[in-house]
Design a protein. Structure first.
Length: 139
């Protein structure tokens, strides 16, 4: 009985550690950005509306694709010091973006999507600069 009582906290600690490792793969890298970066991202998204979301560090095999209806710079936090980018897609769904995992098709590109974090200068690790529409890394 004493062994069982000691092993429960160990099992709980192990489960917590594994959950944290899973969360680390999808850690917010560029969810909250500077006001300038948020404004730049909104400007890009309101012009370049073909978007792919793809989390390379999460080992995603697919992308989520949508067309932006409108992009917005929102502030959060008690003092309004957290700047995030949201978009409403053409179907009315609202997305809160982590710019590190958001890609836009720039004018003139046919099947090449550029990382939005890189475009606005938000440092992101483990993400490709470009993907194709299916999420294949182009560099």
């Amino acid at each position: 009985m004493r062994f069982l009582a000691k092993s429960i906290p160990v099992a709980a600690s192990l489960a917590t550690a594994l959950a944290l490792v899973a969360l680390e793969a999808r850690a917010d890298q560029c969810m909250a950005v500077s006001a300038t970066q948020a404004d730049q991202a909104v400007s890009i998204l309101n012009q370049q509306k073909d978007v792919r979301e793809h989390c390379a560090p999460c080992k995603d095999n697919t992308t989520t694709s949508y067309i932006v209806d409108v992009a917005r710079h929102e502030t959060r936090g008690k003092s309004g010091d957290l700047h995030i980018v949201t978009v409403k897609d053409a179907k009315g769904k609202v997305h809160e973006l982590d710019l590190a995992y958001t890609y836009v098709r720039l004018k003139g590109d046919t099947n090449k999507f550029t990382n939005l974090a890189a475009l606005v200068g938000c440092p992101a690790e483990g993400v490709p600069a470009h993907i194709d529409g299916a999420g294949n890394h182009l560099d």
